[in-house]
Write a protein that binds this ligand. Sequence first.
Ligand code: FES
Length: 575
Amino acid sequence: MKKTRTLRSQAWFGGESRDAIYHRSWMKNQGLPDDTFDGRPIIGICNTWSELTPCNAHFRAIADKVKIGIYQAGGIPVEFPVSSPGESSLRPTAMLFRNLVSIDVEEAIRGNPIDGVVLLVGCDKSTPALMMGAASCDLPAIVVSGGPMLNGKYGDQDVGSGTALWKYAEAIKAGEMSSNEFLEAEAGMSRSAGSCNTMGTASTMASMVEALGMSLPQNAAIPAVDSRRYVLAQMSGRKIVDLVNDDVRPSHIMTKDAFENAIRTNAAVGGSTNAVLHLLALAGRVGVDLTLDDWDRVGRDVPTIVNLQPSGQYLMEEFYYAGGLPVVLKTLGDNNLLHKDAMTVNGNTIWQNNKDVVNHNPKVILPVDKPLVKSGGIAVLRGNLALKGAVIKPSAATPALMVHTGRAVVFESIEHYKERIEDPDLDVDENCILVLKNCGPCGYPGMAEVGNMGLPPKILKRGITDMIRISDARMSGTAYGTVILHTAPEAAIGGNLALVEDGDIIALNVPERTLHLEVSDEELARRRERWSAPLPLIVGGYQKLYRDTVLQADKGVDLDFLVGCRGHDVPRESH
Ligand code: FES
């Protein structure tokens, strides 16, 4: 057995002290032989398995394969559960709990006798939550994603998770689809284990993991039920033992270069706007100085070459069969858009891992001279309506609306929106700009994915499918439209978004990166005098801690006291 350093777990299990006997004795009730504790790396498997997180419901089987790999490499696996934030059911929004889960993960890793950790992630928030917690401990770590679902099916059509839902919901409103047809589509939408099969937030974050170098190659796209997903899990189990023996930690892998690679990858895959928040928060944990403006600067000229829904046509299965993320990374490298020397967890640079791969389907992964979108990066907008920034994903937006001036139709909350949007007398036309307030980090709380609010039915019925929408909310990674998100400061803490009134004129210019409310400073000051913060629905518990400490979108919506790496040292308890 290779061993090059003193293992952390030996502080619990090594020697003849009363404490060591105590720690070993209790662990032995699981049938562990004496040599379990003779200095082999003890590897935690941090599992977000839950039947309430259907995207992660196959994780026990994945954990079993990781364990085999750990044993094969001479380590001892110990699987442990952490809270599982399921996107599809958790209310008010899983994002409210990303930071809470990260606390659970951080303290579980630090407090337990483990030398390294395998992070099993899948559904949207589980990936950033576990990576943030692990980054704050900086113990050797490797990520294994659960993989996307197989393509959904409705009749003989492929159905993308979420993306089809938005489309069908609007078709029902417009009277183009019956309830029975909708039910049939629903039944075929999620027909295997795994996470959303579009380039939504889960697939985006799995791609970010791979681009950051925190997983083995191909982690992003192998379908959940493909046997090769289980091979990857097993190989990751072997690899974490090497990482422990060589003391390779997340901070050695997740450098500024690695984050810049991830930002460019996000543009190339047409990834979710949620990645902006998650990477900013993750960088904060690992001590990398990443800013919102880095997203615009680094991603600006990167073409979107992955032709996947919601921006394009195909789904994650086709992406994997075409060659997966390695082809994207090779393409970025070939076009001088990759920091090739960034290290990855398998001990190779990102370029060594990907330089020789082949694109098996240029319809799915397009050539750079025929991209889906020429400039696919996230655009960061600023102006008096977004003093600390707002974002838009041009690859999911309508090109004709990129420069537009329109009259605001304002909704004070998501409830107000629901009350008003169906009203046939609502004074709105397709040139208007829909403005939704109080759905930001504090306002909702947790920053709901409601930024892509549906259009008024009377507009949809005329065959119009997109309008400019502005909010302090987020948008599902599976959604699309000319949607301005993450406006900061948010309305609930008195950002200028709170002061917009029906009939105000708003000017958007994406090429110039501006978002301007055409109301004088004097008038804004008068409105501010009359403004008061909305009352929170829940006043205690975790939600109070969250509201009191949450950072704005430009800082990744982490809690202020969680920013930074606190290491993995822990005071020794004596029994
Ligand atoms: Fe879990 Fe989309 S709902 S990945």
